[in-house]
Every structure is written in C-alpha cells, then in structure tokens.
Design a protein around this ligand. Structure first.
Ligand code: ADP
Ligand code: ADP
Length: 229
C-alpha cells in the first residue's frame, strides 16, 4: 500500500528559484526513508508540500487516496492530524511541562483525559522519557528536547511522520540515537520521512535514500545499494 506519492511535482516560489523540478516517488506503508542533498536542494520544500505549508506549482501530491490539491480550508487541519511533523528547533512550549507539550495535540482534538494520560505515558516510555514528564523543556538536554518533539509528533498516531533536519543541533552520537528512534517507528505503523543534509549519517542508517540536487531527484538508493553509493 502506498502512503505517499509525488507525481511529477514542481515548485517555484513566487518570483523565486525553482525549488523542486519534476519530482516523482512513492512511499509504502510502514516504510522509513531519508531525503538528503545540500542546503537549498529542496528538502524543506518537499516536506512542506506534504504538511501543506506550501502548494506545488505543477504535479500532484497524493496522501493515500487523497489528492492534496483538493485539501483546502478546514480540511487542512484534519490532514495535519495524520501527518506528524518534527522540526530541527522542536518548537516546544517553554512554559509547559513535557507531559503538557505532548498532550496538547490530543487536548485540541477533544480526547478524554484518561485516554490522553494513557497515550502520553506510553509514548514517553517508548522514547525513554518516562521519568521526565513533569520537567520543563528548558530543564532537558538537547537530545531529550528533541525526543519530546518526536513524542508530540507521534502521540496522535499519524500515518506518516516527516522530520526536517531533526539532528541539526545535536552532536554525532546523539544524532545517531535520535535517528535510531525514528527507525523504530515503522514497527508501530507510522511511515517516516526524514530530511538531512548529513549524507554520512544517513548512509549509516541503512534505509532508502532519496537524493535531491538543485530541486531534482537525482537518486533513489535502496538500502542494499548503500555500500557502493
Ligand atoms: P533545503 O531544505 O534543501 O535547504 P529548501 O527547500 O529550503 O532547501 O530551498 C530550496 C530552494 O527554494 C532554495 O533556493 C531556497 O532559497 C528557495 N526557497 C525556499 N523557501 C522559499 C520561499 N519561501 N520563498 C522563496 N524561495 C524559497
Ligand atoms: P529551513 O530550510 O530549515 O526551513 P531556512 O532558513 O532555509 O530554513 O528558511 C527559513 C524560512 O524562510 C522558511 O520558511 C523558508 O520557506 C523561507 N525561505 C527560505 N529561503 C527563502 C528565500 N530565498 N526567500 C524567501 N523565503 C525563504
């Protein structure tokens, strides 16, 4: 089953450069893959088209059966519930506890409190944050903060998780740890697409890699071909 399909997608910003040019690829259910390329290659733009922060100039983005061109107005918020997003700077609320940060998307959906508590604690355990629920984000290490960002993105059980340079502020050891956490998500039914400019780090994860160069998809490397890539 296909979770995501880019069909000849191009994106040109108003008055700006071409950020993506005729990009096509499919992501299967439960698949994890990376998109890599130099700064300006179009990685962020590709992710923004998926969570509808931007719209393509040409071509179509399909999310399951849904053509995102047709998702407008109130449906944008509904779509975003099914697509978790992790940012480099994690964007946590600094005056709210770890628990509250993660619970927020569920509160906004009107979920019952008992159910929220269960879900948040289960995600905290999975991400090794079980003893940190009362802490404020500023009391956490950089790696813990990013794990809270991931927890907040997965607590809604999205079909797809997209992450834009999630290890950008972390040292190599922590980066590898965070990427290993992403690798475990497909077991729970979430497909994962991670953008990173760090090709060395990405290759070590042994997952499929899309390579963008000046907006063009120039390579789509299967895990078994990574050694000679
Ligand atoms: P990456 O994430 O790989 O660094 P981006 O998707 O951010 O690449 O950028 C791709 C290209 O699009 C770059 O040339 C960038 O300057 C341009 N770009 C990105 N966002 C905008 C924008 N909002 N307006 C105009 N140009 C943009
Ligand atoms: P990132 O690619 O990690 O999102 P950037 O620093 O490239 O971060 O971009 C920050 C913001 O500025 C983004 O919202 C992006 O769309 C916008 N942006 C990037 N390049 C340009 C550009 N050339 N002109 C206008 N806006 C841009």
């Amino acid at each position: 089953m296909t979770v995501l399909r880019f069909d000849s997608v191009s994106k040109q910003y108003p008055g700006g450069r071409v950020a993506l040019e005729d990009v096509s690829f499919d992501v299967g259910a439960g698949e994890m893959l990376f998109v890599t390329g130099h700064s300006g290659a179009g990685k962020s733009t590709l992710l923004k088209l998926i969570h509808l922060s931007e719209r393509p100039s040409r071509g179509a983005v399909l999310f399951g059966e849904r053509n995102l061109l047709k998702v407008r107005g109130r449906r944008v918020a509904m779509h975003r519930r099914e697509v978790g997003v992790v940012f480099q700077d994690h964007r946590l609320l600094t005056d709210r506890s770890v628990f509250e940060n993660i619970a927020l998307p569920l509160i906004l959906r009107g979920m019952r409190r008992g159910e929220i508590g269960k879900r948040v604690r289960s995600v905290l355990e999975r991400l090794g944050l079980g003893d940190r629920e009362r802490a404020l984000p500023t009391q956490l290490s950089a790696g813990e903060q990013q794990r809270v960002g991931i927890a907040r993105a997965v607590v809604s059980e999205p079909r797809l998780l997209v992450a834009d340079e999630p290890t950008g502020n972390l040292d190599p050891t922590l980066s590898a740890e965070i990427l290993a956490l992403f690798s475990a998500l497909p077991e729970h039914g979430t497909s994962v697409l991670v953008a990173s400019h760090d090709l060395g780090l990405v290759k070590r994860m042994r997952k499929r890699v899309l390579v963008l160069d000046q907006g063009r998809l120039v390579d789509d490397i299967a895990p078994e071909d990574l050694a000679d890539a």
